[in-house]
Design a protein around this ligand. Structure first.
Ligand code: ZN
Ligand code: ZN
Length: 133
């Protein structure tokens, strides 16, 4: 079985933690973000597990909608100048506590919710190290 790695992410602007210890997904703290769609605004909790795409949203967003993500602490937008390779929607960027970064696609329903490390091997081994400690 693959080892579960819970990612601890921070806002790239204010460097505050985006983790929500009160809302657990798969028994791990979730990543809390404010979201804005063309119709409404709300809050989303993303699963923090590496390679898990589960999430809980206060909005019933239609598939295919591009969602704007904001830091709940400083209210700055988390979009980056980078496009999803699958659907060309803007990517959303977080900073990892241990270094490196995470990017997810802002289009609801796109499967390109991926985690990008500058150097995947060394970053992952750091995770496993932290996890074992
Ligand atoms: Zn922030
Ligand atoms: Zn996409």
């Amino acid at each position: 079985m693959k080892k579960k790695v819970s990612l601890h992410v921070k806002c790239p602007h204010c460097r505050k933690s985006l983790m929500d210890n009160e809302v657990l997904l798969h028994d791990y703290p979730s990543i809390k973000l404010n979201i804005v769609t063309p119709e409404d605004r709300g809050v989303v909790h993303l699963c923090s597990l590496y390679e898990c795409f589960d999430h809980q949203s206060s909005l019933d967003t239609e598939k295919g909608t591009v969602v704007d993500f904001y830091c709940p602490k400083c209210n700055k937008e988390l979009l980056v100048k980078e496009e999803c390779q699958l659907c060309n929607a803007p990517m959303v960027n977080f900073v990892l506590k241990v270094g490196g970064r995470v990017a997810i696609c802002s289009r609801h329903g796109c499967s390109n919710h991926y985690v990008a490390f500058q150097d995947i091997t060394s970053e992952l081994s750091k995770f496993y190290h932290e996890f074992d400690a």
